[in-house]
Design a protein around this ligand. Structure first.
Ligand code: SF4
Length: 352
């Protein structure tokens, strides 16, 4: 058994649904009005599965992640829906948890790794003290055992554990801090990990190290993961399923292969076409015209209609729900068959 596999993480692949979202809506209350950041999102996250939420900034991805672990800012509120978490046959209504139960839930069941590793640490507290504080505040008393566990996890994320554990955050590079943050999030052995833009702001080689690490978590430790990413290549590499979000809603949901090779929503198609290619003939870079809608004053009908090349009068009047467009593949579009037809004549290339 490799050193990394010695880390005791109590996971089983492929059984049950640890997290269910039903019709979840989240708004931010601002002076200008209610920002409808997440609208009527339903999702089942299966044990051992990794799912990527993709979409432009402001599509609701991060708000949804924060809503799941109930770390929304004060001005935000889950206005509708249910979030249910399951472990050992027990069901937990996440939205009904009290303060203490919520703290336990956030570290022991469902942990979130935030976008900026730089800001996540207290700069004047050594890594060891941050890890020890976290463990002790959850009832661990044995300092020696905490240190042992912390060293194991730092080794698991491929750091020089003996050096890093006594370092201050500013002594570590961005990539090292990101790995420490992942180790910290694993300290209490959560079942579900939510990673918000895990490789943003890292150089390309460091990105590769983080991707390899996440792959290891997925393949060897069978973590159930939600990736929030605007980087489609990372989503393609790490996710079993992908949910495209637009204006707070999931507009397409399918396997990675379905999304990248058989997209049925014009927005997903636009995102894929906008990925620059590094091989083949030079082509002008495609971009989706216009910009994401004002979430305080959403357009009528399908929220993508002002930017959509397939839009018709029906699109301007009625918002479509997700419908089945293939096995385990759903899209919310009145004209998904037109996308299918277009792809038969103009096939996509891989983005991975
Ligand atoms: Fe475009 Fe209409 Fe489909 Fe919306 S419903 S994505 S506007 S074709």
């Amino acid at each position: 058994m490799s050193e990394s596999q010695q880390v005791i993480l109590n996971h089983e692949a492929g059984s049950g649904v640890p997290l269910t979202l039903r019709n979840v809506s989240i708004v931010y209350r601002t002076r200008k009005g209610e920002v409808q950041a997440v609208r009527d999102v339903s999702l089942d996250l299966h044990a051992g599965e990794s799912i990527a939420l993709i979409g432009e900034s402001g599509s609701g991805k991060t708000t949804l992640g924060l809503g799941i672990v109930r770390l929304l800012v004060k001005s935000a509120e889950v206005t509708a829906g249910e979030i249910t978490y399951r472990r050992d046959g027990k069901e937990i209504g996440v939205l009904a948890l009290n303060k203490n139960a919520l703290r336990e839930f956030r570290w022991k069941e469902c942990s979130m790794v935030f976008q900026s590793a730089l800001n996540a640490f207290n700069p004047v507290i050594r890594i060891w003290d941050q890890m020890r504080d976290t463990a002790q505040s959850h009832g661990w008393k044995d300092k020696k055992a905490i240190r042992q566990r912390s060293l194991e996890l730092l080794r698991f994320v491929q750091l020089d554990a003996d050096r890093v554990i006594d370092a201050y955050p500013h002594e570590l590079s961005g990539g090292m801090r990101q790995r420490v943050l992942i180790a910290l999030s694993l300290l209490l052995d959560p079942q579900v990990l939510i990673l918000d833009e895990p490789t943003t702001a890292l150089d390309i080689l460091t990105q590769r190290t983080i991707i390899d690490l996440l792959r290891k978590l997925k393949d060897e430790q069978h973590f159930t993961m939600i990736f929030i990413s605007h980087d489609l290549a990372i989503a393609a590499e790490l996710a079993d399923r992908i949910a495209t979000m637009y204006a707070g809603r999931i507009v397409e949901l399918g396997s990675s292969d379905d999304i990248f090779y058989r997209p049925r929503h014009p927005y997903t198609l636009g995102l894929i076409r906008a990925v620059p290619k590094v091989v083949g003939d030079f082509q002008e870079l495609f971009s989706i015209p216009g910009s994401p809608p004002d979430l305080i004053d959403l357009p009528s009908g399908c929220k993508f209609h002002p930017r959509c090349p397939y839009a018709t009068d029906r699109c301007r009047e009625e918002e479509p729900d997700l419908e089945t467009v293939g096995p385990d593949h759903m899209a919310a579009c009145w004209h998904w068959q037109d996308v299918e037809k277009e792809l038969q004549t103009k096939p996509l290339h891989s983005v991975a």
